[in-house]
Design a protein around this ligand. Structure first.
Ligand code: FAD
Length: 317
């Protein structure tokens, strides 16, 4: 079922999760081990992230350094197919602009279409570490909105080669990312939401937010989106804070704030085990308030571990 139909048919707030493909060489069993304990909460869909290539320098015989391209977490599409097959639950592959030409994107979308996967989350992706800003592939997309336009064209049966006969239109339900605390590169919130609206106008049907720890930021974001004529469902993305280090790392990586009250709780903790308990408690309270305020779905970033998400879900679903 399409994510948007799950939301339309829901009588209460839905539960969904996001997982990362395992590191290259690891078994898919680690994915199943992560999902199994969460199935009792009936996730409406499972998002699977996409990880583009990175460049590393490897020391070769003779001491010279060779620049090699590696993908640490391949397998997004295969994992989605395996999840659908094993759990009969909808899987949402993340599709990014970075590293893809338009032709490669088209071919990836044809694979999904053939597999019967009709949900996608369309993203630009971040710049690779060796680049100071995002650089699209030659003939690739510079922004998520351009990727959505390509998907929409395919939904209308229009492929890059415009002289194909008897084409089969795709049927993608497209989700996009939104940022309650603003995307790091956006000059201000109004500009960021204007570009978010362009993604909706291009055909995206719902928004999943970046993680946030202060519900007030989400409520304010939803209000601003509505004021700027965005009326699709805005799904809050939630992460459970589990280590002291994350209190400084997450703001840097995701351009978000840690609320002072949460920071004070973390500072009281002597060990990361205690931080995890505080993080779970915080997320339970966040979740309860979001449900009370009728958020369409709570989307948990599991980051490869299900235990904390299971503990939160068991208190709120
Ligand atoms: P865009 O919508 O293209 O926006 C990027 C920036 O450009 C913003 O500052 C925006 O304001 C601005 N902008 C947008 N359109 C235009 C325009 N037409 N002209 C000028 N400026 C414009 N990354 C991955 O690599 N893999 C994943 O699986 C992944 N999953 C994610 C899931 C969620 C829910 C979220 C919130 C993020 C995810 N990311 C993922 C990270 C995401 O790719 C980065 O945050 C990236 O920097 C921006 O992606 P976007 O789709 O929001 O980009």
């Amino acid at each position: 079922m399409k994510v948007i139909d799950c939301i339309k048919q829901a009588k209460s707030t839905l539960f969904s999760i996001e997982i990362l493909p395992p590191l290259k060489g690891k078994s898919i069993q680690s994915i199943f081990d992560g999902i199994d304990p969460l199935m009792e909460f009936k996730p409406s869909f499972v998002d699977v992230t996409y990880h583009r290539e990175e460049y590393l320098y490897k020391k070769r015989d003779g001491g010279y350094l060779e620049k090699v391209s590696i993908r640490k977490r391949p397998g997004t599409v295969g994992i989605c197919a395996a999840i659908i097959n094993k759990y009969h639950v909808d899987a949402v592959p993340h599709i990014i602009c970075g590293g893809f030409s338009r032709e490669e994107t088209e071919n990836a979308l044809i694979d999904l279409h053939f597999l019967g996967i009709d949900n996608v989350l369309a993203l630009r992706g971040d710049s690779i570490k060796s680049e100071s800003e995002f650089i699209p592939e030659p003939n690739g997309h510079a922004h998520a909105v351009d990727l959505i336009k390509q998907m929409e064209q395919m939904n209308r049966g229009r492929y890059i080669e415009d002289d194909l006969a008897d084409v089969s239109p795709t049927n993608f339900c497209i989700g996009v990312a939104g940022y309650p605390e603003k995307h790091s590169e956006a000059p201000n919130m109004v500009s960021d939401i204007k570009f978010l609206k362009a993604k909706i106008d291009a055909g995206a049907e719902y928004i999943v937010t970046q993680m946030f720890f202060d519900n007030a930021k989400y409520f304010e974001f939803v209000k601003k989106c509505r004021e700027m004529d965005i009326h699709v469902s805005i799904i809050p993305g939630l992460k459970i804070l589990t280590t002291k280090k994350q209190a400084t790392l997450l703001p840097k990586v995701f351009n978000i704030d840690i609320p002072q009250a949460l920071l004070e709780e973390i500072e009281k903790c002597k060990t990361d085990a205690e931080v995890k308990e505080a993080g779970i408690e915080w997320c339970i309270n966040q979740s309860k308030e979001l449900i009370q305020q009728k958020a369409p779905c709570l989307h948990y970033y599991t980051m490869g571990t299900s235990e904390t998400t299971r503990r939160v879900a068991s208190k709120v679903f």
